[in-house]
Each structure stands twice: as C-alpha cells, then as structure tokens.
Design a protein around this ligand. Sequence first.
Ligand code: KIV
Length: 272
Amino acid sequence: MSTAKKEYKRITTKTLVDMKKRGEKISMLTAYDYTMAKIVDGSGIDVILVGDSASNVMAGHETTLPITLDQMIYHAASVVRAIERSLVVVDLPFGSYQSDPKEALRSAIRIMKESGAHAVKMEGGREIKESIKRILNAGIPVMGHLGLTPQSIYKFGTYTVRAKEDEEAEKLVEDALLLEKAGCFAIVIEKIPAKLAKRIAEKLTIPIIGIGAGNGVDGQVLVTHDMIGMTHEFNPRFLRRYLDLYSEMTNAFSQYSKDIKSGDFPSDSEQY
Ligand code: KIV
C-alpha cells in the first residue's frame, strides 16, 4: 500500500465560477459536525454548507431562528477540522447581520476567524446590499440566498413555493442581478419554479445552486440528514432520499438492546 498522502485540489470560490463556465454542475451538502463533514468531503462533494438548518436538525427547533452566532461557529469549526478538499460556507444566523452593516461585518469576521471557514452565506436581496458590500470589502466571500428564505418564515407564513406570481418573480430576478453586481460568488435559490430558476441561471455568470429549483441551475444542495433518510417526517417533492437510515438505525439500536437483554452481547470474542 502506498504511504504517499493523497493530493487534493482544494475547491475555491473561483473553482465554482470556472465550473459554471465549463457547464460542470456543482454538488453541495450540509454538515454540522466533524464526522459527517469527513464523509461528505471524502465523497467529493464540492461545497459543504454549515447551514443554520442545524437549528432544526441538530437542536430540534421548529425554525432556523433560534441558533446563535456562537453555536454556528462551534459547528463550523468542527466541520473545518475535517475537510481536505471542499469549500466550507457558513450561514450567518438570524439576528447576526440584519440590524446594520457594521454588525454584519463583525459577525462575518468572527465566523472566518474563529472557525477557519472559507465564506459566509446570507439570506436576502436589496435589503442587505450594504451589509454584503461591507463584508466583501473586508475580503470575505459571500454566497447569497434567495427565494424561500427560512429566516423570514414568520413574514411569509408558510414554506410553500415562492415567486409563482410575476411581481415576486421579477423582484427575485432583480435581486439576483444585484447580488451578482455586489460581488457574491454564488447564490442559493430555494423552492421556486424551475423555469424561473433556469432563467436566472442563464442570465447570471455566477453559479446558481438550487434546492427545490429544478434542473436548469448550476448545482444542487440538499440537507444531508434528509437525503440519507435520518430524518423521515420531512417529505418535500424536491427531496431525493439516497438511504433510509432512520429505519436502518432503528433496527440496529433495537437489535443491540435485544442482544444486551438476551445476554448475547458481548460474546466471548468481544471481551478481554
Ligand atoms: O441552512 C441550510 O441548510 C440551507 C440550505 C437548505 C440551502 O440554507
């Protein structure tokens, strides 16, 4: 067996823009901890998102609103320790960037300094333009997030498909152009009609990464725990489950319990 260390070419924000130019699709998944990030990175996924969906998936909150900047930094630092190749993007959580551009910059700096991540993601368009510019001016890459923006769930009132009406669709296109002009290196677009998402991806030179936005965009993102079936109550149409880990793990845990109670575990060969 060779002892040479594997050489990985790290993914950068420029790599993603070049991938779009070549028509090569971008893969992105979430991770919130070291062990999962190691598997995701080793699988060749281009971008790891330390999403504020950690608020739902890891902490059991109903929305993404409660997670704090300190908690996001903890998750992000755990992920960064695991990765060799993927680009790590971290969500600025609700309440850490909405009040003013200086607060936004302070939050972004803390994420970069304390976690070692490579970029931040922010939800919104024209409303947060000044904050995005301030962060970019400090040399921190920003990924935008438009369409269904879960941090505004109480404004929308529902998690249904966004921008079905012309007025909202046109605002979305304008916001996407504005984010590109401001200097974002990519935009996540969540849960909008596939035709509209394709139109935006064709209009912009930066990559559009979709979740529930069809196949006409430049890449796809899913929440890892959903796509491997560890969660099982969330079943939107856009979610493809590659595993049914909820059943697999339930079976394993209940077998373990049975084996303990029957005296089968540990066996002679499993003790000293
Ligand atoms: O927080 C998150 O996981 C996200 C993705 C759903 C895009 O923002």
